[in-house]
Design a protein. Structure first.
Length: 327
């Protein structure tokens, strides 16, 4: 990939140029193997349930390359396979990487420290930037920059770009050190590759799942795990937020935006205490939504065990177990 630029220099340009050089050096062998139609990715007969995240994705890429499965079958395999799910949440793994880097600092340590935002600091613009810089759109943005459709961006805030740069730095350190002195760096490399694999997992989900899938781009102490899914149709925008909390178990929030200012919300809640808490604060929820210049079409609160597996199925129906507010 070649990025045409002018002679003007800036931190953004230097960051982008550095990342292009890393990509050209094949710092990401998984994506490079996919793009180069490499035959050495391994057998798809390998048990996908027992692989580490990177090897799991290698096998998925091999299946995609061979064209042996339909798009829907690939999506279901990605969504239901425990390999990525069992490798820890993205937030946990980032924090583990930060801990490693605090004991063995690198040039990219500070950029890694800035990758995740605590929920206390979460504002609408911060959330939007976190999703845009999640790494899900990195290759798309690089292509747009190469074609001149997008100006030079500051990639020091893009999670996948930072992980690429860290990986490249650690590989250089390992190459310079005697083998018996490189274990710390090898651990950092392994953790970095795990995180890259997690980002690429969500990129594949987005590619084959008819929408954008994100890991939870912020953290708080009660969060066990979570994902965000968005999809836009002709007249609606959907957002599904799945959370697993230590205190309240599984929660699913489904939002439907009609046009630019009308919203419908559905909560699927596992914990009875949280369900009661939400019911007691519906007026506050409505007030905050109105304060955001949105019209609330309705709110539903559903027992998680009785919620549909399809978040947008029966979106206009209620049963006796639902608490509904129509405005």
């Amino acid at each position: 990939m070649i990025l045409q630029t002018n002679t003007q220099t800036s931190p953004q340009l230097n960051s982008t140029t550095q990342l292009i050089n890393i990509l050209n050096q094949k710092a990401n062998p998984i994506l490079d193997a996919l793009m180069q139609n490499n035959q050495s990715l391994g057998s798809q007969n390998t048990s996908l349930n027992t692989l580490n995240p990177s090897d799991f994705l290698k096998n998925i890429f091999q299946i995609i390359k061979n064209g042996d499965m339909s798009q829907n079958a690939i999506f279901e395999m990605l969504k239901n396979n425990p390999t990525i799910k069992n490798s820890g949440t993205f937030g946990e793994n980032i924090q583990e990487l930060i801990k490693m880097l605090s004991q063995n600092p690198t040039q990219n340590s500070q950029n890694v420290n800035n990758l995740l935002t605590h929920i206390q600091n979460l504002q609408p613009q911060v959330l939007q930037n976190s999703l845009l810089n999640s790494g899900i759109f990195l290759e798309s943005n690089l292509l747009k920059m190469a074609l001149g459709d997008l100006g030079i961006q500051d990639l020091t805030k893009d999670i996948k770009a930072v992980l690429y740069q860290l990986k490249n730095e650690i590989l250089a350190k390992i190459a310079e050190q005697p083998q018996n002195q490189s274990q710390q760096n090898q651990n950092i490399l392994n953790q970095t590759e795990k995180l890259i694999a997690q980002v690429e997992y969500f990129q594949l989900l987005s590619l084959y799942g008819n929408g954008n899938y994100f890991y939870m781009p912020f953290y708080w102490e009660d969060l066990v795990g979570g994902t965000i899914y968005t999809r836009k149709d002709e007249d609606k925008t959907y957002c599904e937020i799945d959370l697993e909390l230590q205190s309240y178990g599984n929660i699913r929030v489904m939002l439907s935006l009609f046009g630019k200012d009308t919203i419908d919300i559905s909560f699927s809640i596992q914990n009875g205490e949280l369900k009661t808490l939400l019911q007691d604060n519906l007026k506050l929820l409505r007030a905050n939504i109105n304060k955001a210049d949105l019209n609330l079409m309705g709110v539903k609160i559903i027992d998680r065990q009785k919620a549909s597996s399809n978040p947008y199925q029966n979106n206009n129906t209620q049963n006796q177990d639902n608490v509904g507010i129509k405005i």
